[in-house]
Design a protein around this ligand. Structure first.
Ligand code: ZN
Length: 193
């Protein structure tokens, strides 16, 4: 299927004006040293990528706190950044997610692989895209990928070059699936109240 891109905020905002009345809460914690400011920068960049498609992402650190306002969009997404260690993952994977996990850490970012042999500009941009990609899996509740953009299964050299200058776009199909995923999370959260 051909991918159609969403350009510009106006169109995406129109699409989502009534869809989202909650913020997606994401906790991130690194279990090793990272270059100073890199995680913060990557978080800002990925939040901006989601904002382009009408999704508000709030980054948190520390222990996960439950409260009604935070949980309006469903349980917080919890991300652990660390080295690959003994994780059994394909050799070229940069992260893995458990989209169906109901609680606990649902995304693992393989920091050694993201940082390896890359300048800080690319490493930061790549980390932002890895975060956005895995959060999308969790919001969509699927392992599906798109032909291009944020949800491409494997970014190539050209994608790496491009993402340093401006974020890769979400395919239109992904925008729709993210919004319907959040709508489902809101319904479930409201039912649990
Ligand atoms: Zn993926």
């Amino acid at each position: 299927m051909k991918a159609y891109w969403i350009f510009g905020i106006a169109m995406a905002a129109g699409l989502s004006a009534h869809a989202q009345e909650c913020s997606v809460i994401v906790y991130a914690e690194a279990d090793r040293m990272m270059p100073f400011g890199m995680l913060w920068n990557a978080e800002l960049k990925s939040a901006a990528m989601f904002r382009e498609i009408g999704i508000e992402l709030r980054w948190r650190t520390g222990a996960v706190r439950a409260n009604a306002a935070d949980d309006a969009c469903g349980a917080p997404i919890v991300i652990l950044l660390g080295d690959t260690g003994s994780a059994r993952v394909p050799p070229d994977a940069l992260a893995y997610a458990a989209p169906f996990a109901q609680s606990g850490v649902c995304i693992h970012v393989l920091l050694d692989r993201v940082l390896q042999d890359r300048g800080s500009g690319l490493a930061t941009a790549l980390l932002a895209h890895v975060l956005a990609h895995e959060i999308t899996h969790v919001l969509q509740q699927t392992n599906r990928h798109s032909a291009d953009g944020v949800m491409k299964a494997r970014w190539d050299r050209r994608d790496f070059r491009n993402m340093v200058w401006r974020p890769l776009p979400f395919a239109a199909e992904d925008v729709e699936l993210i919004h319907s995923g959040i709508a489902n999370r809101m319904l479930r959260a409201a039912a649990e109240e």
